[in-house]
Design a protein around this ligand. Structure first.
Ligand SMILES: NC(=O)c1ccc[n+]([C@@H]2O[C@H](COP(=O)([O-])OP(=O)(O)OC[C@H]3O[C@@H](n4cnc5c(N)ncnc54)[C@H](OP(=O)(O)O)[C@@H]3O)[C@@H](O)[C@H]2O)c1
Length: 324
């Protein structure tokens, strides 16, 4: 029997139940992975609450690291005994072990441990595509990155430094401001206390930034548009405060021919080639020490409800893992 988290209905953290299941052998194209660590991500909250729909009953969790115990027919990407990690669908990473499409698995470099891998795959691959592909950032650019002391944010601050990009980060408390600064943010704004648009204008000498990375959504979207220089890009990649409401395209022309995009990890990692290239880039910055993955919270898998409560209450910083 294998312990997994199941939800029968959407709702609060209490809908997540730890149950025993019989894990079937891996099907064609699948590998069975025994998890050593599981990543916790804000997207798990969206699936749990129903903001993002999925068939029920179902599992949760999109990120894990562990060892391949069996492979199904036709699997070429991994073999039994490989240390692997992944980020992506289908949900079901909140489990001691699971079957996963082998095409989503990446063999881990020796130097990267399971805890780090489980913490960095989803958030790190996201930062890779956001900084390198959604906008082609170059040295000298200045960006605004919201929730700079969160899981994605802390990796983004460090990676932007590698590119020579100036980062203005926002955070919700002074403790988080210190963390964002320690991880490479050049300027930090506490948006619970300060008007972040006014501060961005001040910091950039009135010019605005070339890109805003906004994962907060409803509460910050329009003020974020006001931080952009003409022809700047609004990257709306999350909805921690709720989804962005519909708006008129004149909001973009009025502010200087802005671009807006709503990217998702799945679209950027749609092919094995894209996944391998992005992972190579991520493993590179982590192996070199340029990006340190800060696992700041660990919970037993059985305590996942508390992990969700803390994530939603903005109590976590950096990355969080669950231990099966
Ligand atoms: N599109 C993609 O490909 C993709 C991939 C990965 C993640 N994401 C998105 O990126 C964001 C960050 O993900 P993460 O897992 O690293 O989480 P996280 O940043 O560690 O946690 C979310 C943070 O958002 C801030 N926040 C602001 N308003 C909030 C509210 N009303 N409720 C809760 N939090 C609020 C909080 O930081 P402060 O207290 O400092 O404000 C909180 O710590 C999420 O929105 C996630 O959906 C998108």
């Amino acid at each position: 029997m294998t312990k997994v988290i199941r939800i029968d209905r959407v709702g609060g953290p209490e809908v997540m139940q730890l149950v025993d299941v019989d894990l079937a052998p891996p099907g064609p194209g699948e590998a069975q992975v025994r998890h050593s660590a599981i990543g916790l991500n804000f997207i798990d909250v969206y699936f749990r609450t129903g903001l993002y729909p999925q068939p029920l009953p179902g599992g949760l969790g999109m990120e894990g690291a562990g060892t391949v115990e069996a492979v199904g027919d036709g699997v070429t990407e991994v073999k039994v005994g490989d240390r692997v990690a992944y980020a992506g669908r289908p949900n079901g990473a909140y489990a001691e072990a699971r079957n996963m499409p082998a095409s989503q698995l990446l063999v881990l470099p020796e130097k990267i441990g399971f805890d780090t891998a489980a913490a960095m795959m989803l958030q790190g691959l996201t930062v890779q595509y956001l900084l390198h592909r959604t906008v082609h950032l170059k040295a000298g650019d200045t960006i605004l990155f919201h929730a700079a002391a969160g899981g994605v944010g802390m990796i983004a601050c460090q990676w932007a430094k590698v590119l020579g990009v100036t980062v203005i980060g926002t955070v919700g408390s002074d403790e988080k401001a210190a963390l964002a600064t320690a991880h490479g943010a050049d300027h930090v704004i506490n948006y619970n206390r300060e008007d972040f648009t006014a501060r961005v204008r001040e910091i950039t000498g009135g010019k605005g930034v070339c890109a805003v990375y906004d994962s907060i959504g409803k509460d910050t979207f329009f003020a974020s548009l006001d931080c952009l220089a003409p022809l700047g890009t609004m990257v709306s990649f999350g909805n921690a405060s709720g989804p962005v409401p519909p708006f008129s395209l004149s909001e973009l022309s009025n502010r200087g021919s802005l671009f807006v995009t709503r990217p998702s990890l799945g679209a950027y990692m749609a092919t094995r080639e894209d996944l391998e290239a992005s992972a190579k880039s991520l493993f590179g910055v982590v192996n070199s020490g340029a990006v340190k993955v800060d696992v700041r919270q660990r919970y037993d898998l059985a305590d996942v409800a508390q992990a969700h409560i803390d994530l939603e209450a903005r109590k976590t910083t950096g990355s969080t893992i669950l231990l099966p």
